[in-house]
Design a protein around this ligand. Sequence first.
Ligand SMILES: C[S@@+](CC[C@H](N)C(=O)[O-])C[C@H]1O[C@@H](n2cnc3c(N)ncnc32)[C@H](O)[C@@H]1O
Length: 269
Amino acid sequence: MSEYKEESRRLWNANPCGGRGGGLDDIEYATLDYFRAVRYRRYEVSDPWIRKTIDFNAARGKRLLEIGFGIGTDLLSFCEGGAEVHGIDITDEHFRLAKRNFELHGRRAELNLCDAACIEFPSGYFDFVYSLGVLHHTPDTVRCVSEAYRVLKPGGRLILGVYHTFSAFHLVNLLLYNGLIKGKLRRLGYRGLLSTVERGADGMSVAPLVKTYGKRQLRHILSDFSTVEIKIAHFRRDHVPYVGRFIPVSWEEVLGTRVGWYLVAFAAK
Ligand SMILES: C[S@@+](CC[C@H](N)C(=O)[O-])C[C@H]1O[C@@H](n2cnc3c(N)ncnc32)[C@H](O)[C@@H]1O
C-alpha cells in the first residue's frame, strides 16, 4: 500500500470519524448512545446538507457498496432505507467501529478491509456505489473511479462526494485566512495546509493526502458514465472568518449550492 494510504490509515486509526467532544464527552465511547449521538450531530448539527442532498431511501431493494464507510453512519442510513449494504474501507479502527455500530442497531452489512483501487467484487455486482469524503484522500482517484464503474451494473448509479476547489471554505478560510494571514502556507506548504482540514492532522508530522476538485475536473474523471449531474453543497458562516457572522443563517443553504465545500456527483453507468 502506498505511503499516502498508510498515512490515511494512521490518521483514522488514531482519530476515527465521529471522534469526541462536541457534546459526546459524557457518552461512553462506541456504545449505541455514542453512535446515535454521532449520527445526530452529523445530520442535524454539523452537516445537515448530507440528508438534504443524499436520498438514503433511493437504494431500497437494491445492492449498494459504500467506499470508505468510516464508522458506518451513512451506510446504516442506506440499510435502514431498505438497501442490501456492503462496505469497504482501509482503516482497521473504522472497520471495528462500523461493525459494532451495525451490531448495536441490530442491522446487517457485509464489511471488508479493502482498497478502493482494487475492489474485491465481481464486475456488474452493485446497483449503487456511494462514497462521500474518501476519494480525495487517495493518490489513485481515477483508478478508484474506474473500479467503481466496473462493479456497477449497466444503468447502476454512483454517488460521489469530494472537496470543492472553488468553495468559500477552501479559498477564504483555508488559503486566505489560515494560509496567508496566519502564515500557515509558508510554514506548511500547500499540501500540508490542505491536510489540516482533517481532524488530528497538523500538516507536518501528520499530513494525510487531501485533494480538491473543480466541477469540470470531476466531470472529466467521470467521463465513462452515461449521465453525470453535479451538485455543490455545504456552506457555513464560519467558513468565512470575521465577515461570516454578518451573513444571515438563512442564506447558508443557498450559498452552499454556489460556494459549498463539497461537490457531489450523481452518475449513471
Ligand atoms: C474522512 S473519512 C470519511 C468516512 C465516511 N465516508 C464519512 O463521511 O464519515 C475517509 C475514509 O476513507 C477511507 N479511505 C481512504 N482511502 C481509501 C481507499 N483507497 N480505499 C478505501 N477506503 C479509503 C479512510 O480509511 C476513511 O475511513
